[in-house]
Design a protein around this ligand. Structure first.
Ligand code: ATP
Ligand code: MG
Length: 183
């Protein structure tokens, strides 16, 4: 499964609707300091359901909305859409029929979050569920940020176990068990 493109609007420095294409398996995003490279990674994490503002380098969850710049007024909402190529059928079951999977998240200044799966409104849970066990997701090992390598090396055994369980595909079942126990 490959990320084909990301569509940003009103998110951090990407105030105007922008589509970033990832045309092959190996892509690099380059540019001067402050041009928005890390904001693209924040966007990927955010749309997959990240619920910690700190992990998005902000103080509150609405900090992801474009808050104005020289000559540009702040906007009222941010949205991100990720389009995945599923022709290799990484996502099975009900999703196997789709060659493309689109997930989208929108947030307004009054902190209303709306999620969409292939254009249909869904819950945050539906999005996180899809990616559990695939290595993707807001806290998975698919995104290796600055400082993460040393964090892994210095991790306590129980912290390391979380990564191993995700790689082995166990985390999906643990999450479901937790969910059932909490009902
Ligand atoms: P570096 O090479 O230094 O890591 P970068 O390309 O990763 O830089 P980012 O951290 O992605 O840069 O982008 C930082 C820019 O995004 C800053 O100019 C900052 O003002 C802008 N920015 C962040 N949040 C918002 C927001 N909510 N509204 C407007 N601009 C924002
Ligand atoms: Mg950066």
């Amino acid at each position: 499964m490959r990320l084909k493109c990301i569509k940003l609007a009103g998110f951090k420095s990407f105030v105007d609707p922008t589509t970033v294409h990832f045309p092959s398996n190996l892509c690099a995003v380059v540019g001067p300091n402050g041009c928005g490279k890390s904001n693209i990674i924040d966007a990927v994490r955010w749309v997959m359901g990240e619920s910690s503002a700190k992990n998005l380098r902000g103080e509150s969850m609405t900090d992801v909305i474009f808050n104005g710049s020289n000559g540009r007024k702040p906007v009222g909402q941010a949205s991100i859409e990720l389009v995945f190529d599923n022709t290799d059928k990484t996502l099975k079951g009900e999703y196997a029929a789709y060659n493309e999977i689109s997930i989208k998240r929108k947030v307004t200044r009054d902190s209303q979050n709306i999620y969409y799966l292939n254009g249909t409104k869904c819950r945050r849970r539906d999005i996180t569920d899809i990616f559990l066990g695939t290595g993707l997701g807001p806290r998975s090992y698919a995104i290796i940020e600055q400082g993460m390598i040393s964090k892994l090396i210095e991790a306590r055994p129980e912290e390391l176990r979380v990564f191993i369980e995700e790689a082995a595909g166990i985390s999906k079942y643990k999450e479901r068990r937790r969910d059932t126990e909490n009902r």
